[in-house]
Design a protein around this ligand. Structure first.
Ligand code: UD1
Ligand code: UDP
Length: 394
């Protein structure tokens, strides 16, 4: 029997980070799986650094990114390019990840060609169509088009069951981001970046990222003004903010924060220095999805700069707090963690509700079962206890 042909499709930085371990895992068993990669390159530089780190050379690169691209532009360019790839390769399965426009469009293209879809990181929901926008709808539409749903957690599984997805189509894996994190964070990591190699890690470092579309404009202004205030009130703190490539974010960040001493606006960092910096930071402020999963595993408190989250597990575990986007609320929450050691320690426990580093192996195991190489899938992921050693230590 020829190997099963799996086409992994992704386009942005977070998809690449979370799909890289799956691609590497599938490439291990060449007699069973032939794993090809098609990138839409909805992101360019931010995607390429991940491909380099994980030594992935895509068979197809649609190179669709344009400065200031609209959702419609991404959708049309990716759909046209992907259908051509599918016609040429005729894969047995298309594997997509998460909730970007590339994710949804790849699932749609596969549906148009009647090719089964496997959805990695399936079942995350806020219940609000416009938050995050357009990701919540991308995930729901991708679920409707998918045949196999790799849910990272039990809650994600429950969400899918509530929507009527048959139980036998859902498989709980843990999040592959923890696989990537475990492969990348090291206690003895040495920074080569000019800023990071000279940063005084005896000082408390606040790591910031922000990019969500629903935060563009006024919410972003509030967030950046809050950072300014925090820096004014706590002069010994250093704020490191790798600014997303999107000019809509850069312009406001520079207007409000450029030249503020102790606020470092830098280019997006490659994944390896970025997560190692997170491991040495005091606190994380972000509207990112991935950081809400990584920081708890590293024992770092997170203030989430959003009104809702599709990742309630770490909120319940107490390491993540939703603070929204008003300047006052952000300053207040950060001040509490900078001043009150007990509050800080309560949040700074290492918890891994999102994974144990074996998610990709489980995905391969399930696919072996799905394609008839074995009679039963491997056991599913169960959430480990809180308080395990942070990733990178022990
Ligand atoms: C996209 C995803 C979002 C995901 C985020 C991760 C959609 C609609 N949005 O949002 O779900 O959370 O990626 O970061 O799928 N740019 C560059 N170089 C790059 C990347 C981006 O210059 O390597 C600039 C370009 O001007 C581009 C703009 O950023 O047009 C926006 O990129 P886009 O992928 O449309 O949106 P993101 O906000 O990055
Ligand atoms: N990340 C990175 N460099 C940076 C900022 C983030 O490598 O400068 C990584 C981070 O570790 C996480 C992922 O990018 O794995 C999150 O991507 P992003 O916040 O852009 O997207 P989201 O997770 O919100 O979809």
């Amino acid at each position: 029997m020829p190997p099963v042909k799996v086409l992994a499709v992704f386009g942005t930085r977070p998809e690449a980070i979370k799909m890289a371990p799956v691609v590497q895992e599938l490439k291990k068993s060449k007699e069973e799986f032939c794993c090809l990669v098609a990138v839409t390159a909805q992101h360019r530089e931010m995607l390429d650094q991940v491909l380099r780190l994980f030594s992935i050379e895509p068979e197809y690169d649609l190179n669709i990114m344009r400065p200031g691209q609209s959702l419609e532009e991404i959708t049309v360019r990716a759909l046209e390019g992907l259908v051509e790839v599918l016609d040429r390769e005729k894969p047995d399965l298309v594997l997509v990840h998460g909730d970007t426009t590339t994710t949804f469009v790849a699932a749609l293209a596969a549906f148009y060609r009647k090719i089964p879809v496997g959805h990695v990181e399936a079942g995350l929901r806020t219940g609000d169509k416009y938050a995050p926008y357009p990701e919540e709808m991308n995930r729901r539409l991708t679920a409707a088009l998918s045949d196999v749903h790799f849910a990272p957690t039990l809650k994600a599984r429950e969400n899918l069951l509530r929507e009527g997805v048959p139980a036998e189509r859902i498989y709980v894996t843990g999040n592959t981001v923890i696989d990537a994190l475990k492969a990348t964070v090291r206690e003895d990591y040495i920074f080569t970046d000019p800023l990071l190699s000279t940063l005084d890690f005896n000082k408390r470092i606040i790591l910031v990222t922000a990019h969500r579309r629903e935060n563009w404009g006024e919410p972003m202004r509030e967030i950046f003004s809050a950072l300014r205030k925090i820096k004014e009130q706590y002069r010994e703190v250093e704020i490191v903010f790798p600014v997303h490539k999107n000019p809509r974010i850069r312009d406001i960040a520079e207007e409000i924060l450029k030249g503020v001493p102790g606020v470092h606006l830098i280019e997006p960092l490659d994944y390896e220095p970025f997560v190692n910096l997170m491991a040495r930071s005091y606190l994380v402020l972000t509207d990112s999805g991935g950081l809400q999963e990584e920081a708890p595993a590293l024992g770092k408190p997170v203030l989430v700069l959003r009104e809702v989250t599709e990742r309630p597990e770490a909120v319940e575990a107490g390491t993540v707090r939703l603070v929204g986007t008003s300047e006052g609320a952000i300053v207040e929450a950060a001040s509490e963690l900078l001043e009150d050691k007990r509050s800080y320690l309560k949040m700074a426990q290492a918890v891994n509700p999102y994974g144990d580093g074996l998610a990709s192996r489980r995905i391969r195991g399930f696919l072996r079962y799905y394609f008839g190489f074995c009679l039963a899938p491997p056991p599913e992921f169960t959430c480990p206890e809180a308080g395990t050693a942070p990733v990178g230590q022990g």
